[in-house]
Design a protein around this ligand. Structure first.
Ligand SMILES: Nc1ncnc2c1ncn2[C@@H]1O[C@H](COP(=O)(O)OP(=O)(O)O)[C@@H](O)[C@H]1O
Ligand SMILES: [Mg+2]
Length: 509
């Protein structure tokens, strides 16, 4: 009889004790929520009032879940850049502070995926579970944390690797008019990173959806998606989303770099990015400057590209190599955005529409292209093999113009032109056909030894194929030393020359 109430008491006692301790542990806290009101909406931007504490570039959230960035922070009114579909937003809607800056998901889970700058998947491969998040705007590495560029980034494109070499951690601008092969070069560079232990980020900015789909299909077809993240904003996205895209993509790349990886990032292209920023600035009534761009257009690109670097060994030794693309109009490389980018980057690859029309592809204008740091990182064999190639080619280009006037040419001039035509033919390359380093070196050695001069120009592509096939016969020990980046000895060069001579013999008439 007595046991039961006692048992009950015990149960109630422990229950109450639990509740008492839970109540003691509970500290009621007031969480301030700052809620403001939309005063007006325009294309891609909103004016907001009543958020006195909002910080510059703070993320705010509108009634329907649309995100925005506080861009103009005035005492009376805040200009917000909208990052989502704003069609349903109205004046009078509520808007709330989030207290955090814009960030993006990062990590290995993104490899092989196509995402937008907010980290939402655009492919059909399901949701992405984030390893971590990073703010999209981050300070660049300090000077003292950076290491010199010493490792080459092979693009597999002969004219670039030989004459305009790029190193890991470098920023090399690709510029040219529309339809000159800018995207093709960047995509080829990504394809060539297969098996090179380099991760890639391709950031498509304000492109047509069909163009992006084509690029993604090419990457997938060549097995490059395994090591690539594609971040996309399309032409019809809000300008705010286009504006944040390259910063978000860089954060994705930075996460890999800080884990000690080498990363290649392509921004395709920053002309569209600058236009989106101009649109936002004009809508927010910031004063326009040259070409109606706002005054800080230089800063938005320099702070982006400063994040590409090679970190010191004790910080993991990772790197970000950046290939920003900029589109010129009517070959005007002295327009505002191109000149800014030329001065920010460590060199440029200029693509010429006239070469493109002549069928000289890739249409790289060697005379107007330069790489300011990659030369030090270039494989030692190039320096010996490609030494006077640039000079010979420049001489040829100059003489070629004269010879078009039907001038009488002496033998010496004719030889220079004939040799130049072979150089040009050997530097031609179709898309999606990267040439391995040893193959490139063999071609350069054969060119320098004038082995191609006897081959008719029209047969050069075939002769080149034969030569590349013959490279397989290069002895293993030479190959091993070559792969370790050692300089070729005279004997090595002689061995390669002999193989090339053999391969090319049947093409000479
Ligand atoms: N090396 C090449 N060989 C053959 N075709 C090329 C080469 N490079 C580019 N193309 C072609 O030229 C066109 C324009 O190239 P694209 O890279 O889209 O130009 P851009 O990005 O400068 O507008 C595409 O159809 C592409 O396939
Ligand atoms: Mg393009």
């Amino acid at each position: 009889m007595t046991a039961e109430p006692d048992g009950l008491h015990n149960i109630f006692d422990t229950l109450f004790a639990g509740m008492r301790s839970a109540r003691a542990a509970f500290v009621p806290a007031l969480v301030p929520r700052e809620i403001g009101t939309v005063t007006s909406i325009a294309t891609g931007v909103a004016k907001v009032s009543g958020l006195p504490g909002v910080a510059f570039e703070e993320l705010v959230i509108f009634a329907g879940g649309v995100l925005g960035l506080a861009f103009n922070v005035d005492a009376s009114e805040i200009g917000v850049v909208l990052l989502g579909d704003y069609a349903s937003l109205q004046a009078g809607d509520q808007v709330e502070r989030t207290g955090r800056v814009m960030d993006v998901i990062v990590g290995d889970a993104l490899l092989g995926r196509v995402i937008d700058p907010l980290g939402r998947p655009l492919d059909a491969a399901g949701p992405i579970t984030a390893e971590a998040r990073l703010p999209i705007e981050r300070p660049a590495a300090h000077i003292m944390d950076r290491a010199p560029v010493t490792v080459p980034l092979q693009t597999g494109i002969k004219v670039i690797d030989a004459l305009i070499p790029i190193g890991r951690g470098q920023r090399e601008l690709i510029l040219g008019d529309r339809q000159t092969g800018k995207t093709a070069i960047a995509v080829d560079a990504i394809l060539n990173q297969r098996g090179q232990n380099v991760l890639c980020v391709y950031c498509a900015i304000g492109q047509r959806a069909s163009a992006v789909a084509k690029t993604v299909a090419v990457l997938r077809e060549h097995g490059a998606m395994e090591y690539t993240v594609v971040m996309v904003t399309e032409g019809n996205n809000p300008p705010g989303l286009t504006y944040i895209a390259p910063y978000a993509a860089t954060s994705v790349a930075e996460y890999f770099m800080q884990a000690g990886r080498d990363v290649l990032i392509v921004y395709d292209d920053l002309t569209q990015h600058a236009r989106a920023y101009r649109e936002l600035s004009l809508l927010l009534r910031r004063p326009p400057g040259r070409e109606a761009f706002p005054g800080d257009i230089f800063y938005i690109h320099s702070r982006l590209l400063e994040r590409a670097t090679h970190l010191r060994e004790d910080l993991g030794g990772g790197s970000i190599t950046a290939l920003p693309i900029v589109e010129t109009e009517a070959q005007n490389i002295s327009a505002y955005v191109p000149t800014n980018l030329i001065s920010i980057t460590d060199g440029q690859i200029y693509l010429s529409p006239s070469l493109f029309e002549l069928g000289v592809l890739p249409a790289v204008d060697v005379g107007k292209s330069v790489s300011r740091v990659g030369g030090k990182a270039q494989h030692a064999a190039y320096r010996a093999a490609a030494g006077d190639l640039k000079l010979a080619y420049a001489q040829f280009e100059e003489l070629e113009t004269f010879s078009r006037f039907g001038a009488q040419l002496d033998d010496g001039t004719r030889a220079v032109i004939a040799h130049g035509q072979r150089i040009r033919a050997c530097l031609k390359q179709s898309e999606f056909a990267p040439v391995p380093v040893l193959g490139q070196i063999a071609i350069l050695i054969a060119l320098a030894a004038r082995l191609f001069d006897a081959v008719p120009v029209d047969d050069i592509p075939l002769a080149e194929q034969a030569l590349l096939a013959a490279v397989e016969a290069i002895p293993q020990d030479l190959r091993g030393r070559f792969d370790r980046g050692e300089k070729l000895t005279d004997a090595d060069r002689a061995a390669i020359t002999a193989i090339c001579t053999n391969a090319l013999a049947r093409f000479a008439p």
